[in-house]
Write a protein that binds this ligand. Sequence first.
Ligand code: NAP
Length: 315
Amino acid sequence: MNIGLGTAAIGRPQYINIKSPVTEAKFDLETFKSNGRRLLDHAFEKGIRYYDTAPGYGLAEALLIDWLSNKEARDIEIATKWGYTYVANFQTNATQHEVKEHTLAKLNEQWEQSKKLLPFLSTYQIHSATFETSVLKNEAILNRLAELKATHGLKIGISTTGSNQSEVLKTALEVEIETQLLFDAFQVTYNILDQSIAPILKDSIVEGKRFIIKEALANGRIFPNKTYEHYQSMYNYLQNLSQKYEVGIDAIALRFCQDSIHPFKVLSGASEKQHLLENLQMTQFELQEEEIQLLHKFQVSPDSYWKERSALSWN
Ligand SMILES: NC(=O)c1ccc[n+]([C@@H]2O[C@H](COP(=O)([O-])OP(=O)(O)OC[C@H]3O[C@@H](n4cnc5c(N)ncnc54)[C@H](OP(=O)(O)O)[C@@H]3O)[C@@H](O)[C@H]2O)c1
């Protein structure tokens, strides 16, 4: 199964997307938790065995630790991250949701909780590695990650975000500790609109590395929406493919990620069972080469993609 489940949307009531704002009255923490648990169960029943989480996703990581406590399936893999702290305390009107901190102290603090995911934990990632925090040059942090890799047999990774993802990736791919390449896993944004990382996958340096795709639905922007009239020709073509394969537009967009660059996993960010089931339809068909070529034409520049994304709100 090439699809993994991202847990950001089941760990905190608000997340970056194009949904309409929810009102405070609708939020109940216990209901939210049991909905999250049920989604994990549905994903498991449907054969999903790769789950992505982070302390920055509110209660998602704790929910997974609890959910795993009675799981015996040794084929489950968990990827988590360190570097963001969730600070919104489940308040739907919060103005600040997370705080980024790429320090050794934060890594050590968050590891104390994340290590409870062992033995299911396979992948430990720097959450949103950027040049601004200099995390890829911080020897104390890189050495500590190498130590965790050696001690626990983890794959060490990064997630990337922003218009310079490719530059960050190229830098990370070359980081060595004692002549060994440190990073094995790269969680990147890739979708019909932002295809900027695709050329890197042709380089031999990525052989044996895992690429995990996030934001495959471009935070919902691949669905027809009057705010984005400039994507009308993409919407029309996605609609044609959706009719041809008798699946939703979401499944077409996820399948595009799979068939165009063959990553290790494509993440579903669904928080509703029905959406997860629709996302899973991506496993029922394959796109043809000429369809992939046509979808390549809808990409926009990373600058305009990320400028548009930064205008999205937490809903
Ligand atoms: N490292 C990072 O910085 C980072 C950043 C973003 C994401 N991630 C990871 O990637 C995972 C995937 O999330 P994403 O942000 O990439 O999400 P995405 O797949 O780009 O979009 C998910 C959004 O699409 C909606 N959706 C999905 N299927 C749908 C359908 N069939 N019909 C209508 N709406 C549908 C979901 O709604 P519902 O919620 O209602 O189902 C949700 O709002 C996250 O959970 C997280 O693990 C990591």
